[in-house]
Design a protein around this ligand. Sequence first.
Ligand code: AN0
Ligand code: CP
Length: 317
Amino acid sequence: MKQFLRVQDIGNLQDAIREALEVKQNRYNYQHLGKNKTLLMIFFNNSLRTRLSTQKAAMNLGMNVMVLDVNQGAWKLETERGVVMDGDKSEHLLEAIPVMGSFCDIIGVRSFAKYENKEDDYSEKILQQFIRYSGKPVFSMESATVHPLQAFADLITIEEHKRTERPKVVLTWAPHPKALPQAVPNSFAQWMNATDYDFVITHPKGYELAPQFARKALIEYNQNKALENADFVYAKNWAPYADPNYGKILCNDPSWTITEEKMALTNNGFFMHCLPVRRNVIVTDAVIESPNSLVIQEAANREISAQVVIKRLLESM
Ligand code: AN0
Ligand code: CP
């Protein structure tokens, strides 16, 4: 594996799940792979889980880890080529990337969609420049359109908790005061579409995901109907993809919040969310604190998904 961005990069999903469950049992068995190898984690945006779980995964593999918060202490970076740099930005990404690449063996990048230009976001402009100019394997730690380490961890969590071979998994939009990225629902949909689960997406009209991510999922605009008999309820806010409302807030209807009444429609379903989550906006206290809430297990599996990904990048060097 040379890069990790989409579900296809991980190859056969059953093999990846088997490897994840094995790594989870024996996470310190691969330290020889990372000896004298350095992971550089670059953050253009905030993080709690990705930062800690990815660093832990790399340490499990015997690697050295360096973390750079681009907006705290580094030079302010220009990302557009051709700009006369006489403003507040001291350095161009086109120098910064190869310099960063020269100090490490693998690079993880967190760089959210800016919601200024859909084409720039959906071409993964920043991440692709890291792939092109760093000379090193690159993985997404949530980039403009995808969050594959999250989706892989979510898949592992579902596999650990499913009670039937083909569970019903529902991705539901939920309200939020800010316009959040589409990366988490995009990747969740992409990874669920790669399984044979019964996969349903529910959201208000206007919140359709990009067709290349929604693909064969059943779209049900009535949330209560979508939740009927669900085995897993995956809640997330995202901003609209469709024009002219790309990246704007179109709906803030509190009736989409996941409550105990909503969960009562499910098949004693599990509640999932990638975190961070706003309580009593996305989900009520009672639901997130219930025994059916998997949010902590999901977060813990981020260490495992990251370890499988970094392990495979190291094995391909
Ligand atoms: C981010 C998002 O919605 O993509 C990160 C989630 C992992 N969340 C926020 O910005 C609150
Ligand atoms: N779920 C997730 O990626 O969390 P962070 O934004 O805290 O890394």
